[in-house]
Each structure stands twice: as structure tokens, then as C-alpha cells.
Ligand binder design. Structure first.
Ligand code: ZN
Length: 137
């Protein structure tokens, strides 16, 4: 029985970095948030949660997926990026529904196991897909 894609309420992109790539990661975040209205998480300078390396999180809507992910494909500057859906099953979303740009990293999936968490529904007013024309150049 196929899963209905309507169960996907949004997406996260987790951008990984280390001491050598921290400045690059910040530059990518600055450029990306200049192009799209995203929910931008704070910079984590240490491994945290299921993530084995320092990272930051970007949240976006299903309608932004085909703009944000291609942008990351072209502009991630060699950084490894985890993209996963938000279906309410955190462990499954990270373990077997995710896609990777770059090199997959070993995640601590056990950290995410537990009763499903109901994520907040996306706001009815979706943000604009692009905030600048130049983002398509
Ligand atoms: Zn996430």
C-alpha cells in the first residue's frame, strides 16, 4: 500500500560542517536564506540529537521542495546535506525516507525512536517561493 505524499507536512535540510568548512556553511546559509523564506535553525557547533557532526537546520514547505533542493544541489559547496520529510515519524523520516546530497553520515536513529510526534501543520499562507529574481541565474 503506497503512502500518500499528503502525509508530508514539510521538509528539513540539515547542512553538516566541521571546523574547516564552518565559514563555507555560513556562506551557503546566507545565500540560501537570501533566496527563500525558510525556517532557519540555529548553528549547532557540536554533534546533537541524531546528527554526528555540527550542523544547522532549514525548514521548508512541500511547495518549496523543487526550488530549495535543486538550489542546494547546485550551491552546497561540497557540504553534506540530509533532506528528510516531516511525516510525524521522526525515526523513519531520517532512517529510510531521507535523501542525501554529498556523503551520507551515520545518524543516531535510536535517539529519534519513541511515540510519533505530531508536527504543526504548515501555515495556510505559504511563503513566496523566491524572494529574488537572481536566485534563478
Ligand atoms: Zn530534521
Amino acid at each position: 500500500m503506497p503512502h500518500n505524499i499528503a502525509t508530508i507536512r514539510g521538509y528539513h535540510a540539515h547542512v553538516y560542517f566541521d571546523a574547516a568548512t564552518r565559514a563555507t556553511a555560513l556562506a551557503v546559509r546566507h545565500a540560501l536564506t537570501g533566496c527563500f523564506e525558510l525556517r532557519v535553525g540555529g548553528l549547532r557547533d557540536a554533534p546533537g540529537g541524531p546528527h554526528p557532526k555540527p550542523s544547522y537546520q532549514l525548514g521548508f514547505t512541500p511547495g518549496q521542495f523543487d526550488h530549495v533542493v535543486p538550489w542546494l544541489m547546485l550551491n552546497r559547496q561540497g557540504l553534506d546535506v540530509l533532506v528528510h520529510p516531516l511525516t510525524g515519524d521522526d525515526a523513519g523520516d531520517h532512517a529510510f525516507r531521507a535523501l542525501w546530497l554529498g556523503t551520507p553520515q551515520p545518524l543516531d536513529i535510536d535517539f529519534l525512536r519513541g511515540p510519533p510526534v505530531t508536527a504543526a501543520a504548515p501555515s495556510p499562507s505559504q511563503p513566496a517561493l523566491l524572494t529574488q529574481e537572481t536566485c534563478n541565474d
